[in-house]
Ligand binder design. Structure first.
Ligand SMILES: [Zn+2]
Length: 146
C-alpha cells in the first residue's frame, strides 16, 4: 500500500467516524507523536533518556520518567508528556499530509519545550546536589562549588 493510499484510507475512515471519535483518534496520534518526539530527542548530559514506567498505552502512559545521571543519586523527575495540543496551523485546502506534518511539527516543538523544562529542573537539582558535576558539564564554575 502506497503512502497516498494509506492517507486516503485514513481520510475515508475519519470521514465515516462520528466527529468525537475521529477527534479522539487524532488526539491519540498527537500523543504518539509526542512520545516519539520525547524518545527521539537527545537527552542533555544531566539526566538519562526518559523511561515510560507506566508503559506506552493506557492511563498514565504519557508520563516520562527522567533519572539523574550521577552515580548513586536517586533523584527522579516525572514529566507529563501529554499536554493538550493547541490548534494546528494548516494551509487552506489542507490534505492529510499537511495534518500529519502539522501534528509532527507541533509535537516536536512541545517535546523541545518539555525537554527544556526537564533540563531546567535538573540544572536546579545539580546546583544544590552536584555543583562539581555541573561545572564539569557546562565548563563554567558554579558559585556553590567555590
Ligand atoms: Zn542527582
Amino acid at each position: 500500500m502506497s503512502e497516498q493510499e494509506t492517507v486516503d484510507r485514513i481520510n475515508a475512515m475519519l470521514a465515516e467516524m462520528p466527529p468525537l471519535a475521529a477527534a479522539a483518534l487524532v488526539q491519540q496520534w498527537h500523543k504518539d507523536a509526542a512520545r516519539m518526539g520525547a524518545q527521539a530527542l537527545e537527552p542533555p548530559p544531566l539526566m538519562r533518556a526518559p523511561e515510560f514506567p507506566w508503559g506506552l498505552h493506557g492511563l498514565n502512559a504519557t508520563v516520562a520518567r527522567y533519572e539523574c545521571r550521577q552515580p548513586g543519586c536517586s533523584t527522579v523527575y516525572l514529566e507529563q508528556a501529554d499536554e493538550l495540543p493547541g490548534p494546528l496551523t494548516l494551509p487552506a485546502n489542507f490534505t492529510a499530509d499537511d495534518v500529519s506534518a502539522a501534528i509532527t511539527a507541533q509535537a516536536d516543538e512541545r517535546s523541545q519545550l518539555r525537554l527544556d523544562r526537564v533540563q531546567q529542573a535538573f540544572t536546579e537539582h545539580y546546583r544544590t546536589e552536584h555543583p562539581e558535576a555541573l561545572e564539569e558539564i557546562h565548563g563554567t564554575p558554579s558559585p556553590a562549588a567555590r
